[in-house]
Design a protein around this ligand. Structure first.
Ligand code: GAR
Length: 209
């Protein structure tokens, strides 16, 4: 075992936590040179918390305040504080269904990433797989991007395409996209953890050391 300090991840999620599991498993098998310092959720019963606790990882529910789609002026600093106390190097949004505002973004400049279930800039917002199906898209997929002040709008780190099949339902398409997410997200987190990802304006490049 190396005694080097490891790159520390703070994972935020509101849902079942399958992307968290994919990243945790990739860390366990040595594919991602990082450690999960903290898992945070705005939903006390979220699967992501139970799955983190089952792995003996620090996992906390943090009350989100009075809004439905963002944190309020008291809860946002509380989220920032616990992530700073946990000394996280990278904030990983894994199905965290709230928009982060300036104060949060400024605390972690270019150190917040998100996964979205479409090939951005197509289909930002909610239920992107359903949007793709309703639109009649033949190809969709998933995108990992840096988070900025826009909604699902920051510089793109990685994407994986997924076909839309004639007999797809929203559920079957979402499952196929999620399977792609579980490969793409750990690969992106690994590259960032190794310092291989550089950002210039909107353009993100991957450089092997
Ligand atoms: C993922 O499919 C992710 O792309 C989506 O939430 C799901 C979380 O699943 N995120 C968004 O739609 C954000 N706009 P998980 O809890 O099983 O990882």
């Amino acid at each position: 075992m190396s005694s080097e300090p490891r790159f520390r991840l703070g994972v935020l999620g509101s849902g079942k936590g399958s992307n968290f599991v994919a990243i945790a498993d990739a860390i366990a098998t040595g594919q991602v040179p990082a450690q999960i310092a903290l898992v945070l959720s705005d939903a006390p019963e979220a699967g992501i918390l139970a799955r983190a606790r089952a792995r003996n990882l620090p996992a906390r529910f943090l009350a989100p305040g009075r809004f439905r789609t963002k944190l309020d002026e008291e809860t946002e600093p509380a989220y920032v504080r616990v992530l700073q106390e946990a000394q996280v190097d990278l904030v990983v949004l894994a199905g965290f269904m709230r928009v982060l505002k300036a104060r949060f973004l400024e605390a972690f400049p270019r150190r917040i990433i998100n996964i979205h279930p479409s090939l951005l800039p197509a289909f930002p917002g909610l239920e992107a797989w359903r949007q793709a199906l309703d639109h009649g898209a033949k190809v969709t997929g998933c995108t990992v991007h840096f988070v900025d002040a826009g909604v699902d709008a920051g510089p793109i780190i990685g994407q994986q395409a997924v076909p839309v099949l004639d007999d797809d339902t929203p559920e079957t398409l979402h499952q196929r996209i999620q399977a792609a997410e579980h490969t793409l997200y750990p690969a992106c987190v690994a590259a960032i953890s190794r310092g291989e990802v550089a950002v210039q304006g909107r353009r993100v490049s991957w450089r092997k050391h």
